[in-house]
Design a protein. Structure first.
Length: 409
């Protein structure tokens, strides 16, 4: 006889694990462009439903005897997850996957503060040699008790008293026998499951809409770079419509779009599209908005400086870099930007002076004086350079100081 887990346990287990399956689908979606001919915003709900179906069969597989054998090295024959089957009652044993516990070997049964049913046995410890008293009971099985309904709990306790009369039951376990089942509890669980499902669907639709938004900005940039400006403008306009018309009645979508990190990334994507569409002033204004949302981001703030420098706005470029240096005094990359901006303005002495001043401050405040102990304890600088940084800092010989705007974006 198998004891089945209750509806709420199965539902929460399924929905909780489905979120990981959905995350895997989202990673697959972001790692290729094969789906670009489709509108991802139309498939958010379907992706959640597909995740639930995949997860359901995966959980059933994890509970199977084959999975218990395959994973026996890690779980000792016990199922990797408790989804539909709680325990299997046999004549002489309790079966939990391939793991069997003799009724006669059970000495203590109690409920932990976390709601787990704990079976203990002295069959492995035996008597203590010094005084011939029974040794401490060892935990041989632990399983969530709330995974079954109250009526099933009461039946199991009665069966436990019948099959294992020698077992000592805790007071909290005995108290369950007299508990009354409240119908309202079931309704609360069902309502909670519905809320959980609704949130999961909202997450699916919001994230797929966001991916579609990012795709449209990307396509507008690519089409503009390839010279198809009308098509690029069309993609940009459709992206703007999607951005300014978030999903109605959605809780997740506004939070996703208004999160500082996400919003900064979107503004940068907009700026790149505008830049390629030859709307440079709008592109700079949008990039400046991104910098306000992500004041610590090297990538976003230094791109703003590159755009200013490309349009010959040296003072604004230098001011942007100086403000960023105040937040990252020891960073090398913004100092290289300062020197490069001076060099592009034919101010070689200022460029050299700025680097010498930076090296002096590192020697004074960052690096330890030589010799350093322990011998391998010297401090180092670790910087992340993007291709656009190198194109700005290290122009090739056949390029002028003013690099084409398509290369410094």
């Amino acid at each position: 006889m198998s004891i089945r887990c209750n509806f709420s346990h199965q539902a929460f287990t399924l929905l909780g694990r489905s979120s990981f399956t959905f995350a895997a689908l989202l990673i697959i979606l972001n790692s290729n462009s094969l789906w670009f001919t489709y509108n991802a915003a139309n498939f958010g709900v379907w992706a959640i439903l597909l995740s639930i179906v995949i997860t359901h069969y995966f959980l059933l597989a994890l509970e199977s005897e084959g999975a218990c054998r395959l994973l026996s090295f890690f779980y000792k024959g016990k199922p990797a997850v408790i989804y539909r089957n709680w325990l299997t009652i046999q004549e002489n044993t309790i079966a939990f996957g391939l793991y069997h516990l003799l009724w006669s070997a059970i000495d203590n049964v109690s409920i932990s503060p976390l709601g787990n049913l704990i079976f203990k046995s002295r069959a492995l410890s035996g008597p203590v040699a010094t005084n011939k008293k029974a040794g401490p009971a060892l935990t041989v099985l632990k399983i969530p008790f709330a995974a079954i309904d109250l009526s099933e709990q009461q039946k199991f306790i009665a069966l436990l008293k019948e099959k294992a009369p020698q077992a000592r039951l805790s007071k909290s376990l005995n108290a369950i026998v007299d508990k009354r089942s409240l119908q309202s509890t079931k309704y609360i669980h069902i309502f909670t499951v519905i809320i959980f499902l609704a949130v999961l669907i909202d997450v699916g639709q919001a994230t797929f809409s966001f991916v579609e938004l990012a795709k449209r900005y990307y396509l507008s940039q690519k089409l503009a770079m390839d010279g198809y400006l009308p098509a690029a403008q069309q993609q940009y306009n459709s992206a703007e419509y999607l951005r300014t018309h978030p999903l109605p009645f959605s809780i997740i979508s506004p939070k996703l779009l208004n999160n500082n990190s996400t919003a900064a990334g979107l503004q940068e994507s907009r700026s790149k599209s505008l830049w390629y569409l030859d709307k440079k002033d709008e592109a700079i204004a949008t990039q400046a908005e991104a910098a306000k949302l992500a004041p610590q981001s090297f990538k976003i703030n230094l791109r703003l400086a590159r755009l200013y420098a490309t349009l010959g706005k040296t003072d604004q470029a230098q001011s942007t870099v100086d403000n960023f240096i105040n937040k990252h005094k020891d960073a090398l990359l913004p100092r290289l930007y300062t020197a490069t901006i001076f060099l592009k303005s034919n101010q070689k002495e200022k460029a050299i002076s700025s680097l010498q001043e930076y090296l002096s401050s590192l020697h004074k405040d960052y690096f330890s004086p030589s010799p350093v102990w322990p011998p391998a304890g010297e401090e180092g600088l670790h910087e992340l350079f993007y291709e656009q940084d190198l194109q700005f800092l290290l122009p090739s010989n056949n390029q002028t100081n003013k690099k084409p705007y398509t290369q410094i974006q």
